[in-house]
Ligand binder design. Structure first.
Ligand SMILES: O=C(CO)COP(=O)(O)O
Length: 154
């Protein structure tokens, strides 16, 4: 990536996982989360508003809910990623329907790429992520070097 310096950061053993699903995909996410409840219970979970409410009802696990996606929840999750307060994103976005907040969705996915966090966009990729040995150990990864970035702006 031109003009960006990088450094490393460590994702802790206990990951901070954001869970998000569009309406047509919520059933898939709820089923996936239930199948992986034991693994998910080892981590700190947050979600966009409606997804979080449904997940906490289904799983009975503590889930920090943001505002609902169309009202700004995607942006809240994105802000947390930029603050390095979310380590992993499971986002079952709907490939068949446009959303009123498509710009927010694009921004969320972009910031996840910027901060090099693992992202699962469907059940299959979520299965691969949740079963990774890296889920239960610290993991060093590349992140933008913000101090170097700021220096370069002067
Ligand atoms: O719209 C969403 C993600 O773009 C999800 O929002 P809800 O979880 O509130 O339905």
């Amino acid at each position: 990536m031109i003009g960006i310096s990088f450094t490393t950061a460590t994702l802790a053993t206990r990951k901070r996982i954001a869970l998000v699903a569009h309406d047509n995909c919520k059933g898939f996410l709820l089923d996936w989360a239930e199948r992986n409840k034991t693994a998910l219970s080892q981590h700190d979970l947050c979600a966009t508003g409606t997804t979080g409410l449904l997940l906490s009802q289904r799983l009975g696990l503590p889930i920090e809910s943001m505002i609902s996606g169309p009202l700004g929840g995607d942006q809240q999750v994105g802000a947390r990623i930029a603050e390095q307060r979310v380590d992993m994103l499971v986002f079952f976005w709907d490939p068949f329907e446009p959303q009123p907040h498509d710009p927010d969705i694009k921004a969320l996915l972009r910031v996840a790429a910027v901060w090099n966090i693992p992202v699962a966009c469907n059940e299959c990729s979520a299965d691969y992520l949740i079963s990774s040995p890296l889920m239960s150990q610290p993991h060093e990864h590349r992140v933008p070097d913000y101090n170097a970035y700021l220096k370069g702006r002067l």
